[in-house]
Design a protein around this ligand. Sequence first.
Ligand SMILES: Cc1cc2nc3c(=O)[nH]c(=O)nc-3n(C[C@H](O)[C@H](O)[C@H](O)COP(=O)(O)OP(=O)(O)OC[C@H]3O[C@@H](n4cnc5c(N)ncnc54)[C@H](O)[C@@H]3O)c2cc1C
Length: 373
Amino acid sequence: MSNTIIIGGGIIGLSLGWQLAKKGINVEILERHIAGRSASWAAAGMLAPQAEMGFEDIELFYLCRKSLDMYPRFVEELYADSGIKVELEKTGCILPGFDRDDAERLRRLYDFREKIGMPVLWLTGSEAREIEPFLSPRCTGAIWIEDDAQINNRLLLDALKTAFQKCGGKLYEEHNVENINITNGKIEGVSVHGKDLKFENIIVAGGAWSKQIPGLPENLQPPVRPVKGQIINLRLNDSCRVTKVVRAPDVYLLPKSDGRLILGASVEEQGYDTDPTAGEIFRLLERGWEAVPSIYDLSIESIDVGLRPGSRDHMPIIGDSEIEGLYFATGHYRNGILLTPVTAFELSDWIASGKKSEALSGFGIERFYKETV
Ligand SMILES: Cc1cc2nc3c(=O)[nH]c(=O)nc-3n(C[C@H](O)[C@H](O)[C@H](O)COP(=O)(O)OP(=O)(O)OC[C@H]3O[C@@H](n4cnc5c(N)ncnc54)[C@H](O)[C@@H]3O)c2cc1C
């Protein structure tokens, strides 16, 4: 089997590497810092396609839903290969409204979900507080989605790193890919630390930095930009024991099994800046407190900042390219944790068998070929 290199050791690179190694492919991951410490680490770990979907995202929604359905198999295989059990937590997700505007917006979202057959329930304010007693008494109505889930993405990253290496993959950290070498339309390999390394397949999984890697022809530079996200990790205590994911207007509150309550997340166009800022933190706390007033007394454990890989149309870029052996798995934007199983299973099958994935059709880089940058 041909030698394959993955550029980037985030959740996407690690999970693809693991699946390729399992198939007997000789695969190496080059990560310029520490694997699994970029956006994939900062993420909240929400697996909530049904709560997150807007009206315009129907194709993306079906891909997300497919990926959520693949999660049980994904974590089971991962346990077998890594020895690390990562639970899929079926917390359910509640979308509360607090005024007439919210109620109108939620009603439209509810009607749309019901129309396409999603399992959603409409709740009155008091029914919503029966499901999540820490919700503000100002809640006038809510959507309840029982089968959205969440996962401990940090544990998942540890498990993926272990499974990848146990299955024979090689991980090189502190290895910055300085150039992708392509001669006469053919993959030669990559340059690292000034040395040229030969590879037949290259998978670009560099997250928000995917467009920055030199060497790609202009039309194959994935149109991905960094979209900054800040989250606050609070520590739950008896004064506030939220158990459901609360997706309130402009903020979500996510109780984690390790005792954190995550408040997230800002969505900012600030280039590669990763400094936390008072304004966004204030806004998250204020919106979080409006939805669940008892967060007031919780202690702040830490603040994390990550850069989401946002493509031009906010859909992921997954698949092959006009250059044989050059693949992309990037641009997962706000859904990278959720889309991990479908990316890893489908793209690794495609690379190993040479047979294109139907599930990934429409998500390739060729959709941007005709656009001007
Ligand atoms: C605050 C926040 C909350 C989020 N919450 C959720 C959520 O609840 N659910 C969800 O599904 N998604 C969520 N996301 C989105 C999700 O985190 C991302 O979509 C996902 O992590 C992208 O994974 P990745 O592997 O592509 O990128 P990353 O994790 O960023 O990994 C890319 C890696 O590539 C490496 N790299 C880049 N260039 C090179 C190079 N030249 N050479 C070598 N290595 C290189 C980088 O160092 C990095 O480690 C959230 C994101 C943020 C920021």
